[in-house]
Design a protein around this ligand. Structure first.
Ligand SMILES: [Zn+2]
Length: 274
């Protein structure tokens, strides 16, 4: 079953991570969607301040989404994404950073995790792979932004090591790979294919599918899944979406498809105050 299910009819569309919602009611985890009207007006469902969209509009979108999710806007916390592999633990005093302005975002980090309840970790996407993490025993949630650079740099395995260092039992860690560009649409050249093949020897056509001279179709989601399994996660604890951001303009921003002129979805995860 597709783990990310579209929720319509309550204002802005979102994807809920249904199996986690069922198994871990203390969690709020999902991703925003765009709607048909956003094809003409990408800022309508744009949640990122770094795209050059008017800040008031982005902040209004963020507030509308959180009101719908029943979370106070003061919980919105994000990092300055740089396609790197730095991971940062968000402490209670850092709650709200980056919510109202880029200047206060946690600098230079693509991976966030927290042990605090009441913090909503957020990060932004238009094709890159969102990785969600949850340690039910240690009470830690995390999100990592894995484009090809983050994937090759091992941001997923790094996050697992951080969680284990804080007491998470590796075999109990859950991960979910959210909507992002699929192997159907992500053509790469040697610059990207070579480091992927170095990291995952014998990747097979499920990860790197030859697509002509010096070209491959890369499935970054499968690459991330393999890396998480290599790091010791149980196969049945890693959920993977089938949604491709490039294939569905009515639901997703896609940097590649829209040639850079697009908004960003937000992926969010947090533990309720409860
Ligand atoms: Zn596709």
């Amino acid at each position: 079953m597709e783990p990310f299910q579209l929720q319509r009819g309550m204002g802005v569309p979102t994807f809920a991570l249904v199996p986690w919602k069922r198994d871990f009611p203390e969690l709020l985890a999902g991703m925003s969607a765009r709607d048909g009207e956003s094809i003409e007006d990408p800022d309508r469902t744009n949640y990122a301040l770094h795209t050059g969209a008017p800040a008031e509009r982005v902040i209004q979108n963020r507030k509308r989404l959180l009101a719908q999710l029943g979370v106070p806007f003061s919980a919105w916390t994000c990092g300055e994404q740089v396609h790197g592999v730095n991971i940062h633990e968000v402490t209670a005093d850092q709650c709200g950073r980056g919510g109202k302005s880029m200047e206060t975002a946690i600098s230079g980090t693509d991976g966030l995790f927290t042990r605090e309840r009441g913090i909503l970790l957020t990060s932004f996407y238009a094709d890159c792979v969102p990785l969600f993490f949850y340690s039910p025993d240690a009470g830690i949630v995390g999100v990592a932004h894995a484009g090809w650079r983050g994937t090759v740099g091992g941001i997923g395995p790094r996050m697992i090591r951080e969680l284990v260092r804080r007491g998470a039992v590796r075999e109990e860690i859950r991960a979910a790979i959210a909507p992002s560009i699929g192997g159907c649409c992500y053509e790469v050249d040697e610059q990207v294919a070579t480091p992927v093949a170095r990291l995952l020897p014998d990747p097979g056509p499920e990860i790197l599918n030859p697509a002509g001279e010096g070209k491959w179709k890369l499935d970054l989601r499968e690459a991330n899944r393999r890396l998480l399994l290599k790091e010791g996660l149980k196969e049945h604890h890693v959920l993977v979406t089938g949604w491709c951001t490039s294939c569905h303009p009515e639901l997703f921003h896609s940097h590649r498809r829209d040639r850079g002129r697009t908004g960003r979805m937000v992926s969010f995860i947090g533990m309720g105050k409860g």
